[in-house]
Design a protein around this ligand. Structure first.
Ligand code: NDP
Length: 247
């Protein structure tokens, strides 16, 4: 029996990268169904064709997580289809890096609106469902940049915000059997890290005790653990998954 058997999940930004790996791992762990909320619907649809969905249903829903109306509609579509939400993974994220003294208001707002406000909108519509069910697992994807990283003031603020947000929801949701945690990855081999200059990546690997970048499935396995009852007494934590690297 898979450890996520009979459970239904929503994941944001699941069309590629770490999100795709989480969807794949959830399926391997026996999940009943997953709604993938993705900015680009075709990306999610193509991703689903790469998966073995013989034992579960994966539903692609177009949704910009920074738009409250779209999030509300997407959550009700998932509810209509699956009847419940047991697990929420806030994975969608973007970067718009520059030194702070050159950062524009637009870059600040764009990153905060997707990474932090997006998670807020999802929780706003999903937490009431979980409270009613007296069951829920929320995993928010932060980053080691939350602890400070040159060129990422907006991203670091959004990812640090997610940690405080998660710890607070864990305290409020605990009495209703809702576990809330963060995962803070180091650099992981996805399209996102490809935007980082090579010399910064090389320096980062040198400063990483495991001497390499992480792979998406190494984040997915931790997210799956946190979403399962194997982690039933684990809540309000931020788990760093970075090969022992800090920023
Ligand atoms: P990718 O860029 O590969 O994937 C990000 C996903 O988020 C894409 O599917 C993207 O969709 C989606 N997305 C972006 N904006 C929105 C939006 N407004 N609404 C809905 N979906 C959106 O990145 P990763 O897989 O690497 O990153 C996943 C998470 O992990 C992010 O939160 C990121 O910050 C975090 N992270 C990544 C690290 C890394 O080194 N890769 C390190 C630490 C944390 P689309 O392409 O259609 O825009």
């Amino acid at each position: 029996m898979g450890k996520l058997e009979g459970k239904y999940a929503i994941i944001t930004g699941g069309g590629k990268g770490i999100g795709e790996s989480i969807v794949k791992r959830f399926l391997e762990d026996g999940i009943g169904g997953i709604a993938v909320l993705e900015y680009d619907l075709n990306l999610a649809k193509e991703m689903i064709t790469r998966l073995d969905t013989s034992d579960a249903e994966v539903l692609a829903i177009q949704c910009d997580v920074s738009n409250d109306n779209q999030v509300e509609k997407a959550v009700s579509q998932a509810m209509k289809h699956f009847g419940t939400v047991d697990i929420l993974v806030n994975n969608a994220g973007i970067t718009q890096d520059s030194m702070f003294h050159k950062m524009t208001d637009e870059a600040w707002d764009a990153v905060i609106n997707v990474n932090l406000k997006g998670a807020y909108y999802l929780c706003k519509h999903v937490v009431p469902i979980m409270r009613k069910n007296a069951f829920g697992k929320i995993v928010n994807i932060s980053s080691i940049s939350a602890f400070g990283n040159v060129g990422q003031a907006n991203y670091a603020a959004s990812k640090a915000g997610l940690i405080g947000f998660s710890k607070t929801l864990a305290k409020e949701g605990g009495p209703k059997n809702i576990n809330v945690n963060c995962v803070a990855p180091g650099y992981i081999e996805t399209d996102m890290y490809k935007t980082v200059p090579t010399e910064i990546i090389e320096e980062h690997i040198k400063n990483t005790p495991l001497r390499r970048l992480g792979k998406p499935h190494e984040i997915a396995s931790v997210v799956s653990f946190l979403s399962s009852d194997d982690a039933s007494f684990l809540s309000g934590q931020c788990i760093t998954v970075s090969g022992a690297a800090t920023t």
